[in-house]
Design a protein around this ligand. Structure first.
Ligand SMILES: [Zn+2]
Length: 292
């Protein structure tokens, strides 16, 4: 493309692939023509016959995700589609192969929906990418995983015919927990040398909204605030501004019988961003007839 993209990445790193469909059966040249007049572009177009064309360099920002930050940090892949919104087998195979190659090249890990591969509709009110994130959702990502596995040496190659659920290494913290951090990063892969002090952030706490298992900084906070790892997290947030306070939790347990007991209560506390030990300490005070 000569217009309708932005040079460079505005300092951002590529950390995801965004998948699109043409809402039509376009060729590579056809996309080029459409984007001459429409203020849009993507890095790649995959034709129905499986031919792939590059229209914007990976190092530049294509205009495809309806979101500037997402554009700066993603590779956009368009797919030609049939009238019913599905894509051909050749298009699926070539598109999935390209997704795997992009994930490998940028060190994003094994392709997974909503981890490192996103449908356009995740970021905007749109039907895009049609059946790629509908009836072909599983087939598409499984093919991408198969290609990825073959590229990285088959370490995680899915056994033939069975559905391939990637094993997810367990992480110390879980989605929904509200944590306080001392340092953080702009991406899941940023090295220690790029750590940002919490003092330089708008706030030093956030709720874990996504986990990229195995990544250096696996926890995404507040869907975009920043990324952190276990070493960055100081503990659970106990303020009253957004997470439930340990006091409120304890009062609900004691006065209203909510949140269960034992391990159930502990899990519920963590889910709500409450430090379970602090909550139990307060409950014990209430149980002893004290005030909190
Ligand atoms: Zn799209």
């Amino acid at each position: 493309m000569n217009i309708h993209f932005s040079k460079g990445r505005s300092g951002k790193k590529v950390n995801k692939v965004v998948v699109h469909y043409n809402a039509g059966d376009l060729s590579i040249d056809g996309c080029y023509s459409v984007w001459q007049t429409r203020e849009a572009s993507a890095h790649y177009q995959v034709e129905s016959g499986g031919r792939i064309g590059q229209l914007v360099w990976d190092s530049d920002t294509a205009w495809h995700a309806s979101n500037w930050d997402v554009n700066c940090s993603s590779i956009g892949i368009e797919h030609a589609n049939k009238a019913d919104g599905t894509i051909t087998e050749a298009c699926l195979d070539a598109g999935a192969h390209l997704v795997a190659a992009v994930c490998k090249y940028f060190g994003l890990g094994r392709p997974q929906w909503l981890v490192n591969v996103f449908p356009h509709k995740y970021f905007a009110a749109t039907s895009c990418p049609g059946q790629i994130y509908g009836s072909q959702k599983d087939a598409y990502i499984q093919r991408a995983q198969k290609w990825y596995d073959s590229m990285v040496g088959g370490a995680q190659a899915p056994s033939g015919g069975t559905s391939s659920k990637p094993s997810t290494p367990s992480t110390k913290y879980a989605i929904g927990q509200h944590v306080v951090f001392s340092t953080c990063y702009t991406s899941s892969t940023a090295p220690n040398s790029e750590a940002i002090a919490a003092a330089n952030m708008a706030r030093n706490h956030g709720t874990i909204t996504r986990i990229v298992s195995g990544a250096k900084n696996p926890y995404l906070l507040d869907n975009g605030l920043c990324w952190v790892n276990d070493g960055d997290i100081r503990g659970f947030y106990n303020g009253s501004s957004s997470a439930m306070s340990a006091r409120q939790f304890a009062l609900e347990v004691w006065n209203e019988g909510k949140h269960g007991t034992g391990e159930t209560r502990e899990a519920e506390a963590k889910r709500l961003g409450v430090d379970p030990d602090e909550a139990q300490r307060l409950i014990n005070i209430l149980a002893a007839g004290g005030k909190i």
